[in-house]
Design a protein. Structure first.
Length: 147
């Protein structure tokens, strides 16, 4: 699913455009600007997630898929990552292919505030740093809980 660009200045469209523009250098910037703390926080999240032994997990605002990849490496058999930015997804898909996780990780363009999956489809849903970019935080969190 590709979300169309609109001319309006909604937060969602601004976020999509911003991340589309920096996708090719996002991983470097994220690790560099956070002094590597982003990796530590992802590891903590995965450790908590794996306590419930989920088989199907949704990673909202997946970006280039780092968290989804970590979940698959930790033993989640099916991880779906969604993100507003088609360019971030393109970068993430290449990473998934390089890491030979295509059978476990599916990255796709999608909106965390309108997730295109049935109720209770996933065993767990997660979001790392993308939650700060939700246009409507409550709606995003409700969708997270719904699926």
């Amino acid at each position: 699913m590709v979300l169309p660009y609109n001319n309006d200045k909604s937060k969602k469209n601004e976020v999509r455009a911003m991340f589309d523009n920096i996708a090719f250098r996002y991983d470097f910037l994220n690790h560099f600007l956070s002094f590597g703390i982003d990796v530590y926080w992802r590891k903590r999240l995965i450790a908590l997630l794996m306590k419930s032994k989920p088989e199907k997990v949704l990673d909202m605002a997946t970006g280039t898929g780092d968290l989804a990849i970590m979940a698959a490496k930790a033993g989640v058999s099916e991880v779906t990552g969604i993100d507003l930015s088609p360019n971030m997804i393109k970068v993430g898909v290449k990473k998934v292919e390089r890491k030979h996780l295509v059978s476990n990780v599916n990255l796709q363009v999608g909106d965390a505030e309108g997730i295109n999956f049935d109720h209770n489809y996933f065993d767990a849903s997660m979001v790392a740093f993308g939650v700060r970019n939700f246009d409507d935080l409550e709606k995003g969190l409700l969708e997270m809980n719904r699926v």
